[in-house]
Design a protein around this ligand. Sequence first.
Ligand SMILES: CC(C)(COP(=O)(O)OP(=O)(O)OC[C@H]1O[C@@H](n2cnc3c(N)ncnc32)[C@H](O)[C@@H]1OP(=O)(O)O)[C@@H](O)C(=O)NCCC(=O)NCCS
Length: 182
Amino acid sequence: MILPPWPAVAPAHGDVVLRRFTEDDAALVRELSSDPYVPLISTVPAAATREQALDWIDRNQRRREDGVGFSFAVAVASTGRAVGQVGLWLAELPSGRASVGYLVAPGSRGRGFAGSALAAVTAFAWTVPGLHRVQLFVEPSNEASVRTARGAGYEPEGLLRSYREIGGRRRDMLIFGAVREG
Ligand SMILES: CC(C)(COP(=O)(O)OP(=O)(O)OC[C@H]1O[C@@H](n2cnc3c(N)ncnc32)[C@H](O)[C@@H]1OP(=O)(O)O)[C@@H](O)C(=O)NCCC(=O)NCCS
């Protein structure tokens, strides 16, 4: 599938800007990989070596050409330092849908970076022709993520029972959605 080009102006909100990953972000990927939950719900390997982190960056740099979506580094606008990742996944674009996911490094949490990253990626999503709905999936116990979704204007739409396996156990997931206005 041919996806739209990278945005000419980097999506931004609050203190963050969304940019492409570079090799300089390997330390961020390694910090993400040190979190017990992140490797269970993402493609970040647990306890990544520098080489594994660089491989992950390489794969994420190619997500758009691969027709998968946009994998953005969440960076502090004032310094460019990466503090996380947000993905806009577009495999269902022919049906007018996308999903998003976000990760913030343990040492950078609680400072509003996830909320700003989700607001920025959602604004970018509405520039994608043919996209009408963005959805995300959150474990009910993941209070920080629930609050992130709500804060960015996503509506809870229901509980999907036994929706996916995480860490060897079937998990219920809340589904949140945002829809294009007008
Ligand atoms: C979920 C996650 C992305 C939040 O990142 P963050 O940058 O710390 O979030 P923010 O600082 O933007 O805070 C977002 C909201 O969560 C709240 N929050 C942050 N940490 C919290 C915590 N430990 N417990 C409860 N609420 C928390 C904030 O107060 C804020 O809510 P508010 O706007 O209503 O005050 C981060 O914890 C993370 O990467 N977790 C592991 C991966 C993950 O769960 N990803 C989401 C999968 S659905």
